[in-house]
Design a protein around this ligand. Structure first.
Ligand code: HMG
Length: 365
């Protein structure tokens, strides 16, 4: 296939200004903190102050991606926001972003929804728009942005989080994305949020099983009839959607078992290629559509040009896709690290009383 070269030209991240250690939540819920830290692998939950939402995060991330890119706003021909934190059933989240950025005119602007997979779908559509030539020389602005909250006392509460990743799709200076990818979908009610409900409903065990099946299907398609060890050895890192860090480890161990590997060999794969990619996710929590791209942004840091990584996207409902990326020349300097450093340094901790107040459940003391 002859395609117009395209990939990720710039990345910007935005993390919220508040957080709560999961150990505080454990105290509030009278749960052994080891369940959240060791059992689920979480450290902190990133939280938005009241008034901030997925649009605020998306705008922040977009401004940062644009600030370190050598083009102008007139060069953008498509803006797509992947989210499951929509503000409106009709008006796309991209309209809030476009308004803030002064982006209007010959621009295709829309929102993409498929649970946590929506950001990846927006990215794929933007790449396919570029590769097909439909972009006519323009670039795309793709943003994955979410605020993940469960109802108080839900088992998912320690996995909450929020964040946004914006990517300019143009020259592959940050990363090249291979046109061939490995999707898999199978309808299920593993995690869903009916219209009008503030918080999701979850079938926890089913969601774990769907995620693991999607991993084996997508990696099975990547490996095909080649030797699994040599295929996976080609990748410097393997990034995953991160609902909570332990989910990723469970999925890698499950993949190893599916491939007929010993538990030790699968554990080694996890330690060598996956664990480091979770560093920022542990401090943010599940940022739904942004989770995978936070992990990818971390994995690209310092990579030599041409180094390959994988990115596994999963969205409940469910749909998944495995992508192959190679680092571009800008990955070595990775200027987006300053976004994360700045946001983590300046964010304010909430104790359990602050959290209760934020969620509107303050108790009279
Ligand atoms: P739970 O059922 O309360 O937890 O919630 P559990 O009882 O299964 O315990 C969790 C782990 O902690 C277990 O480890 C326990 O043994 C361990 P495992 O056996 O599984 O290895 N544990 C302890 N460890 C140390 N010390 C202790 C202790 N106590 C227990 N004292 C659940 C878990 C995942 C169900 C919950 O957090 C939840 O509902 N989360 C939301 C759903 C979710 O994240 N699913 C993941 C796949 S679906 C997905 O990724 C899509 C999603 O991002 C949404 C989208 O696409 O939009 C969620």
């Amino acid at each position: 296939m002859t395609t117009t070269p395209a990939g990720i030209a710039s990345i910007g991240l935005q993390l919220p200004p508040l957080f709560m250690p999961v150990t505080e939540l454990a105290e509030l819920r009278s749960v052994d903190p080891n369940k959240y830290t060791k059992g689920l692998g979480c450290i902190d939950i990133a939280l938005c102050p009241s008034g901030d939402d997925a649009a605020t995060l998306a705008v922040g991330a977009a401004k940062r991606a644009l600030s370190r890119w050598n083009g102008s706003i007139e060069d953008i021909g498509l803006v797509a926001v992947g989210t499951e934190s929509a503000k409106d059933m009709s008006r796309p989240l991209s309209a809030w972003v476009a308004e803030e950025l002064g982006l209007s005119g010959t621009v295709r602007s829309y929102e993409v929804k498929h649970a946590c997979y929506g950001g990846t779908l927006a990215l794929r559509q933007a790449l396919e728009w570029k590769w097909s030539g439909a972009g006519a020389g323009k670039v795309a602005l793709v943003i994955a942005s979410d605020v993940a909250l469960y109802s108080p006392e839900d088992p998912g509460e320690p996995t909450q989080g929020a964040g946004a990743v914006a990517m300019i799709i143009g020259e592959p200076t940050v990363a090249h994305v291979a046109p061939v990818s490995f999707p898999f979908s199978s309808p299920a009610f593993d995690f869903w949020r009916p219209v009008g409900d503030a918080f999701p409903s979850v079938d926890g065990q089913l969601s774990l099983d769907c995620y693991k099946r999607a991993v084996t299907e997508c990696f099975g398609a990547l490996i095909g009839d080649r030797d699994a060890r040599s295929v996976l050895a080609e990748y410097q890192s393997m990034c995953f959607h991160v609902p909570f860090p332990k989910m990723v480890k469970k999925a890698v161990l499950h993949l190893g078992e599916h491939l007929g590997w010993s538990a030790q060999e699968a554990e080694r794969l996890y330690l060598e290629k996956v664990e480091d990619t979770l560093e920022w996710n542990r401090l943010v929590g599940n940022a739904y559509t942004a989770s995978l791209w936070i992990s990818v942004a971390r994995a690209l840091v310092g990579l030599e040009e041409g180094t390959p990584i994988t990115a596994f996207s999963y969205g409940s409902g469910y749909g998944a896709e495995l992508l192959h990326l190679t680092a571009g020349p800008a990955a070595a300097a990775a200027p987006w690290v300053s976004d994360v450093d700045e946001d983590l340094r300046s964010r304010k901790p909430l104790d359990m009383w602050g959290y209760e107040t934020l969620r509107g459940h303050a108790r009279a003391s």
